[in-house]
Design a protein around this ligand. Structure first.
Ligand code: SF4
Length: 315
């Protein structure tokens, strides 16, 4: 029996602008298995956050399908049930939390909207349990977001996302705004919760070292296209796309005195508005040649390892 929770088929999301259509997500396909984490990595503006928002129906797809438990959810309006089963943790907990609401009010809101609790006592107990789950001390129950540090604010965001017992959580750069020591605490918390409750995550980040730490499989995105997709270990051991190689070269080596050559990405970024039918990395790639003036297809180079580059295997 298949354990696929999410199946994305040829998904596109375009935005109309005064200068033409902005291709934020362009023909992206992948699956996420139940209880696993798919890391989605790429620079800011590559379409990874838009992709997450389309999958959980915060944005409408332009074309393509998202299947949840095998059911096409793109074809129908978003329901309360969709919102219960699919949640999001946002990058900046400060701007995603209502500054006029206390911790308990923020966590209570989704429970009240979905009429989850039968009584005030039931609601209070549920809030206490959620705070305990994410490691927030009871003394913060009546605190406001501005009174807490970044790590505690992100714990509120996680508690709120967990309140309705979702199956699938899109984590949109959940640790990028935090100090490195706090990042590790939040990542460990998310991994413990996944192990305990079998959550399925789509983890969006620009940071390759974070994605390595948390993902079972990874997709690398560049200007709306998926350029590489593979099991996480395979991607780190056999990185094939020039853009993925450049991202990986930016990970610092922890050993004292160890050196690694950093691949700098230079050159002008192709406009995502009506982009030409050439490789979208063409203007910044050190290996670009005439063949790259045609858009490369994503091809399976090794079992479950897909790459979109004309020169894969030659460079
Ligand atoms: Fe570089 Fe060409 Fe490969 Fe694109 S297709 S990544 S330009 S070598």
């Amino acid at each position: 029996m298949s354990n696929t929770l999410i199946e994305v088929q040829n998904l596109k999301k375009y935005f109309k602008t005064n200068h033409g259509m902005l291709h934020a997500v362009d023909d992206v396909s992948f699956t996420i298995e139940q209880g696993q984490t798919l890391g989605v990595v790429g620079e800011s503006g590559c379409g990874k956050s838009t992709l997450g928002r389309v999958i959980i129906k915060l944005l409408e797809a332009t074309e393509g399908k998202v299947l949840f438990h095998g059911e096409d959810i793109t074809a129908r309006p978003s329901s309360l049930d969709d919102r219960r089963r699919m949640q999001m943790i946002f990058q900046d907990p400060f701007s995603s939390l209502n500054p006029r609401m206390s911790v308990s009010q923020i966590i209570a809101e989704p429970l009240q909207i979905h009429h989850v609790c039968k009584s005030k006592e039931d609601l209070d107990k549920r809030i206490r349990d959620l705070m305990d789950t994410v490691g927030l001390a009871e003394r913060f129950t009546n605190a406001y977001p501005h009174e807490l540090d970044g790590g505690r604010r992100q714990r509120i965001g996680i508690a709120r996302a967990l309140a309705l017992d979702p199956e699938f959580i899109v984590c949109d750069e959940p640790v990028s705004a935090l100090d490195v020591s706090i990042q590790a605490q939040i990542l460990n918390l998310m991994q413990d919760l996944q192990e305990e409750r079998k959550f399925t995550y789509m983890f969006i980040t620009h940071d390759m070292s974070v994605v390595k730490h948390i993902s079972n499989s990874i997709i690398v995105m560049y200007l709306g296209n998926m350029v590489e997709k593979s099991d996480a270990d395979e991607l780190f051991e056999h990185t094939l796309h020039p853009y993925s190689k450049a991202l990986l070269s930016a990970i610092p080596i922890p050993e004292l005195g160890a050196k690694k050559e950093r691949i700098l990405i230079k050159g002008e970024i192709t406009s995502p508005i009506n982009p030409p039918d050439e490789c979208r990395f063409y203007k910044r790639c050190n290996y670009a040649c005439d063949r790259c003036k045609a858009l490369p297809e994503l091809k399976e180079i090794a079992p479950d390892h897909f790459v979109a580059c004309h020169l894969v295997g030659e460079i």
